[in-house]
Design a protein. Structure first.
Length: 278
């Protein structure tokens, strides 16, 4: 074992100890901060691990614990009994992917701080391998055509929320306007503050992939990505970029925020593609 990998192993062990003690602690936010500190320190040592397989394995081990962090954060935000695991009803049978459970509420998950934007602030740039570079405001998106889709939502931190009704414009319709070039195979979708994710063009252009401004009949709440978010219901939630600002078409797959940190490039919940190598 190299020094760096031993250091990472030691940091992960400490993080696991902190995590185990967490239920006894009264300040979940402090636990989260401490865990985040240890994991980011571990991440800083990754580059120094010479062996590529070992480096990937350790990156995965760190990413798993970062995913767990989100669960700590959910606990902070929803109070003492957050992830109320509702027993699946008959209608939920066959709709909850492996390793997932139903959540009663609608957890809020993101890195950084939600921006204070209104519909007037929407400015979506569609660029890269397109014939027409677009800069679209909310009214432009509505003009392209609003649709509704009711879909389940699955977060990699293991909660699923069924029957979300999203209102927005189909990404496919936006891409038509942009005249996507034939060489384009993938896209990177970016959002506030420095978030991004990679998607294959076919996934991005699926019929139920929307740029959404309403959820369950109400304007999309700021914490859930309002005034505009991407919704990719058939993939894990981290692909559904909140406060979306850019769709960039590319002729190759370029990793986004979580994918760089060990999450899967595709992220199909039915195949449990949580982390790279799954
Ligand atoms: N801009 C931005 N979008 C984001 C994230 C983020 O950190 N920043 N987190 C993603 C993750 S991991 C999930 S599960 C969903 C959560 O959406 P919700 O907060 O509406 O439940 O948002 C996704 N979109
Ligand atoms: Mo997530």
């Amino acid at each position: 074992m190299s020094d760096a990998s031993a250091t990472i192993a030691r940091l992960l062990k400490r993080a696991d100890d902190v995590r185990k003690a967490a239920p006894a602690r009264s300040q979940p936010a402090a636990v989260r901060d401490q865990l985040a500190g240890l994991l980011s320190e571990a991440r800083d040592h990754l580059d120094a691990v010479g062996d590529e397989d070992l480096r990937l394995e350790l990156a995965g081990a760190i990413a798993r614990r970062v995913a767990d962090l989100d669960a700590v954060e959910v606990a902070t935000m929803l109070g003492p009994s957050p992830e109320v695991a509702v027993a699946p009803t008959t209608s939920a049978v066959g709709r909850v992917p492996p390793g997932q459970h139903l959540t009663a509420g609608f957890p809020v998950l993101h890195v950084g701080r939600a921006p204070d934007w209104t519909r007037d602030d929407v400015r979506l740039v569609v660029t890269g391998l397109v014939g027409q570079r677009l800069v679209l405001g909310h009214a432009d998106l509505e003009e392209i055509g609003a649709v509704e889709r009711t879909r389940d939502f699955h977060c990699v931190t293991t909660w699923s929320r069924l029957d979300n009704t999203w209102t927005g414009v189909r990404v496919a319709d936006v891409l038509d306007r942009a005249e996507v070039r034939p060489e384009a195979t993938h896209a990177v979708v970016s959002g506030h503050p420095a978030y991004s994710t990679n998607l294959a063009l076919a996934d991005l252009a699926a019929d139920d992939v929307l740029l959404a401004w309403a959820h369950d009949g109400r304007p999309l709440a700021r914490e859930h990505g309002g005034p505009l978010r991407l919704v990719v219901p058939h993939l894990y939630g981290w692909k559904s970029v909140k406060w979306v600002t850019e769709l960039r078409l590319l002729d190759r797959d370029v990793r986004g925020y979580w994918e760089e940190r060990g999450y899967h490039d595709l992220g199909d919940p039915w195949r449990e593609q949580r982390f790279r190598g799954d």
